[in-house]
Design a protein around this ligand. Structure first.
Ligand code: COA
Length: 372
């Protein structure tokens, strides 16, 4: 059996940014418009008026301060409240492929590798722009990579599940070098008119290059162990799918976008993740004192603080459990990879860390790495 190592990561960050204050101004203008349009029903008590959102609530409840998006104008237009991403011609690169390629090229360049060296591309994300051909195959072609490609979706855990898939193929010898790419255009599955969740998501793409580890000389992270788990739950759900869309397209259906019971997710996912990480560490012979860093899924600061404390058995020191959600918001599967990409180069040979994602499914994936 071969060994695998992460040799490069890349992050595509959109140029447009929306602060909480900008978001709240747009939401409140939308709520005022809606309340005016429905004033009679509200006065008659047959409809509830929409309350205003607040930046203070957003920061206190989530830790999010801003988010990057592909299209700011459409989202902040109170009469629209949805990104404007016009359909592209079949001959042109799709949105996911375009941002995925950008992230992949950064990962390749960090590792000093060419796309032709890659023989597996996995596009792992929460939503796919189309059913087929696979976005992964489009990315493979745009990059000029060899081998084969496919798409996979495990919602917020797509990146870690993709890494386990690639690592297993490298270990078995079926591929030598794999790119796991996570283009997450979360702005297009978020209901920006829903006060309970309108602040949650942002857009980004990440890429992780994983190679067979045979005497790698450049800095890298050996993949010591990976572990994935799932447990069915309806508490994070999106019913948009090919069976429903054509029939129901005239209906304004809330369940065709991201939905969650945030409080339940909070309560149920924390013990699931804490136990998953503890079991994975025990099975690998890694103790809390062995871990220099945790790169956690980026959904909620309080959740991460709780998990960090549970895993390490103490409050993490500054920098031990870096968050990026204050800048990027929740970027679904890409969050833990952004944290890893931006906060790992300072580790020394032999230092160990753990990447962990969790989300819809429920799903949880962890990857234990060691700086080589
Ligand atoms: N502005 C102001 N107030 C708001 C608001 C907003 N945008 N949204 C909700 N509120 C109010 C609610 O009306 C409620 O008021 P009430 O107590 O008077 O009824 C109060 O704030 C608390 O709402 P709640 O929805 O219970 O907030 P919360 O503290 O649970 O925080 C989340 C919401 C979503 C940030 C939090 O539940 C969470 O992060 N959950 C886990 C999410 C997660 O990991 N999901 C995975 C997705 S991939």
């Amino acid at each position: 059996m071969y060994h695998a190592a992460i040799t490069g990561t890349g992050v595509f960050t959109p140029s447009a940014v929306i602060s909480n204050d900008e978001l709240v101004v747009a939401f409140n203008a939308y709520a005022d418009l809606w309340n005016a349009e429905n004033a009679q029903h509200i006065a008659a008590g047959t409809m509830a008026a929409k309350d205003h959102s607040s930046s203070d609530f957003i920061v206190a409840a989530s830790g999010i301060e801003q988010r990057y998006v592909l299209d700011k104008e459409g989202i902040l237009d109170p009469a629209r409240m949805f990104p404007s991403l016009p359909a592209r011609a079949d001959e042109d690169p799709g949105y996911m492929a375009e941002i995925g390629v950008d992230a992949a090229q950064k990962a390749l360049s960090q590792a000093g590798r060419k796309a032709a060296d890659v023989d597996l591309v996995i596009c792992a994300a929460s939503n796919m722009e189309r059913a087929y051909p696979a976005i992964g195959v489009e990315i493979q072609q745009l990059l000029g990579a060899g081998g084969f490609a496919f798409d996979m979706n495990v919602a917020c855990s797509s990146a870690t599940f993709g890494i386990q898939t690639a690592v297993d193929m490298i270990r078995a010898g079926s591929v030598r070098s794999a790119l796991v790419i996570n283009p997450e255009i979360c702005s297009a599955h978020l209901e920006w008119r829903d006060r309970d969740c309108h602040f949650i998501f942002g857009d980004v793409a990440t890429a992780t290059l994983i190679e067979r580890d045979d005497a790698l000389d450049a800095p890298h992270f050996k993949v010591l162990s990976t572990r994935c788990a799932t447990q069915f739950s309806n508490n994070i759900r999106n019913n948009n799918g090919y069976l429903r869309r054509t029939h129901d397209q005239m209906e304004d259906r809330r369940d065709m976008q991201f939905m969650q019971n945030g409080r339940k997710v909070f309560k149920e996912v924390l013990p699931l993740v804490s136990k998953h990480i503890a079991d994975h560490m025990a099975a690998t012979g890694i103790s809390a004192t062995d871990l220099r860093r945790l790169w956690l899924h980026q959904a909620n600061k309080t959740m991460n603080d709780y998990i960090g404390k549970k895993v390490l058995g103490r409050t993490p020191e500054a920098g031990e459990q870096p968050n990026i959600l204050q800048d990027y918001a929740n970027t679904s599967s890409a969050g833990s990879i952004i944290a890893f990409s931006q906060h790992s180069s300072d580790l020394s040979a032999g230092d160990k860390g753990l990447i962990c994602s969790f989300g819809a499914g429920y799903s949880v994936g962890s990857v234990i790495v060691e700086r080589g």
